[in-house]
Design a protein around this ligand. Structure first.
Ligand code: SF4
Length: 149
């Protein structure tokens, strides 16, 4: 796990141009992706406040406690049409999550959560602050949650 020198998050950076590559906030765990957040005991993902890039050793160690994508969220390059969640023009994950979450509970308005990828986040580019309101409820690997439902 490495911490790039001087990286402290995204708040001061300018948004990416419309056609720029975007970051996927629910990317598969793989060496070189960024650790975005950790699932807390409250069932919500809590984002890191600084950029942390993971390596194979970190992922191997983390996997000893179970599937890492059930406990951590990672950010990697959005694959657009190379991803099964791509609808042809946007990421379907956040649209489905918002429809589900907003129907179930009112999302909190107010300050955005800390986030190291907001400047180029696919979900934020598509949906703005609403995406950040739903983001912490999204777990990449939901197999255990689904089995318990
Ligand atoms: S939806 Fe918001 S909080 Fe979640 S990764 Fe994107 S910018 Fe960050």
């Amino acid at each position: 796990m490495t911490r790039p020198g001087g990286a402290t998050g995204s708040a001061a950076r300018s948004p990416a141009p419309e056609d720029a590559p975007r970051s996927c906030p629910s990317a598969p765990a793989a060496p070189g992706v960024r650790l975005l957040g950790l699932l807390g005991p409250d069932g919500r993902v809590h984002n890191l406040k600084s950029v942390v890039t993971v390596d194979a050793g970190f992922l191997e160690a983390a996997a000893e406690a179970g599937p890492v994508e059930a406990r951590m969220r990672f950010a990697g390059r959005c694959q657009t049409s190379g991803c099964a969640q791509w609808t042809g023009s946007r990421c379907g994950v956040i649209d489905k999550a918002l429809a589900h979450i907003e129907a179930a509970l009112p999302l909190e308005a107010g300050a955005l959560p800390p986030c190291t990828i907001r400047q180029d986040c696919r979900w934020f580019a598509q949906t703005g602050a609403r995406a950040c309101g739903a983001c912490s409820y999204i777990v990449t690997d939901r197999r255990a949650q689904v089995a318990a439902e």
